[in-house]
Design a protein around this ligand. Structure first.
Ligand code: ASP
Length: 342
């Protein structure tokens, strides 16, 4: 098993299966039925140099639910990087304070550079347009869990990825992960200029993933099991791209698309945030409350999966079962008002 989690490249299929099993064991804790203190005394450094809500809070929550405590830094303004400190120096300093470090940074490769200066486990929470491996793990956990509920097999499953496949680091990690579970099919639909990088398509195809590229969401998608939508990452556009960017086709996934082109058991995923402004070409809010919409089940799954990552990197996964107590406080049966009841 890896000593850092920087990219899906460092994981074997056995590693992923192990993380999935540990995540399933974490469910009673993540769902607030049980408490563990297995990481009592441990400290996490949660360093976010780029915008985040769910990744930052869910890593924080996951570590806290294992009994550890968390130090947070957000943005460059309040960190010493604003004074010109190098990634190497910051890494060595943080490693002296913390037992694990989660880092998000706008530059591709920066988290790997950070990890090269320390033996304390480092988790890449997103390095620019590079990768977001913990998101891919929770996406895969979600697919597996939804398929189990539906009685479907992962073998030969068909995933449609749509939206910004060029800058979307979650799809970069996810397509690599899915290639370890070939045979599987992936169909890619992206606006012109935002296509999945060719080197990734070549690589996963070589590993046995069946990859098709389509130009639009027109036509039949009735054999798709998962529609994985992503936000257009305008913050990563060059000035030239922003100026010339104009969508000539509709890339919005809405109820009419799901009803007319997909099948009734197709689930909808999104790494979130979705851009809910009308002109955004993102996942439409008209699917809210629809049981096919798995986006909040997916965000909930971030907790057990991130707990599993910490427990595995810090080598306490075998202690969890021995260390459980009941939760004494009130927990509602459903956390959302329109959560599906399966
Ligand atoms: N939250 C995801 C990420 O950090 C997706 C996004 O920002 O659109 O990559």
């Amino acid at each position: 098993m890896m000593s850092h989690l920087l990219s899906i490249d460092s994981l074997s299929r056995d590693d992923i299966d192990h993380l999935m099993r540990v995540a399933a064991q974490m469910e009673p804790i993540a769902q607030r039925r049980k408490i563990t203190r297995v990481l009592e005394g441990a400290v996490l450094g949660n360093l976010f140099f780029e915008a985040s809500t769910r990744t930052r809070v869910s890593f924080h929550t996951a570590f806290s639910r294992l009994g550890g405590s968390v130090c947070d830094t957000t943005g460059f303004t309040f960190s010493s990087m604003a004074k010109g400190e190098s990634i190497y120096d910051t890494s060595r300093v943080m490693a002296g304070y913390c037992d694990a470090i989660v880092m998000r940074h706008p530059d591709q490769g920066s988290v790997a550079e950070f990890a090269s200066a320390t033996q304390v486990p480092v988790i890449n929470a997103g390095d620019g347009p590079g990768e977001h491996p913990s998101q891919a793990l929770l996406d895969f956990y979600t697919i597996d869990k939804e398929f189990t509920r539906q009685g479907k097999s992962l073998n030969g499953a068909h995933v449609l990825m749509t939206g910004d496949l060029k800058f979307g680091r979650t799809v970069h990690s996810l397509i690599k992960l899915l290639s370890l579970y070939a045979p599987m099919r992936v169909t890619l639909v992206a606006p012109p200029g935002l296509e999945m990088p060719a080197h990734l398509i070549e690589r996963v195809s070589r590993q046995g993933l069946d990859v098709q590229v389509r130009e639009s969401l027109a036509g039949d998608f009735s054999d798709v099991d998962v529609v994985y939508t992503t936000r257009i990452q305008k913050e990563r556009f060059t000035a030239e791209m922003s100026e010339g960017f104009n969508l000539s086709r509709d890339f919005t996934v809405h109820r009419a698309f799901m009803d007319s082109r997909c099948n009734p058991s197709t689930i909808i995923m999104h790494p979130l945030p979705r851009d809910s402004r009308p002109e955004a070409n993102d996942l439409d809010v008209d699917l809210n409350g629809d049981p096919r919409l798995a986006i909040f089940r997916q965000t909930d799954n971030g907790i057990p999966v991130r707990m599993a990552i910490f427990a595995t990197l810090l080598k306490v996964e075998d202690l969890i079962a021995k260390d459980l107590r009941d939760v004494p406080w009130f927990v509602p049966a459903k956390v959302g008002v329109d959560d599906a009841v399966f």
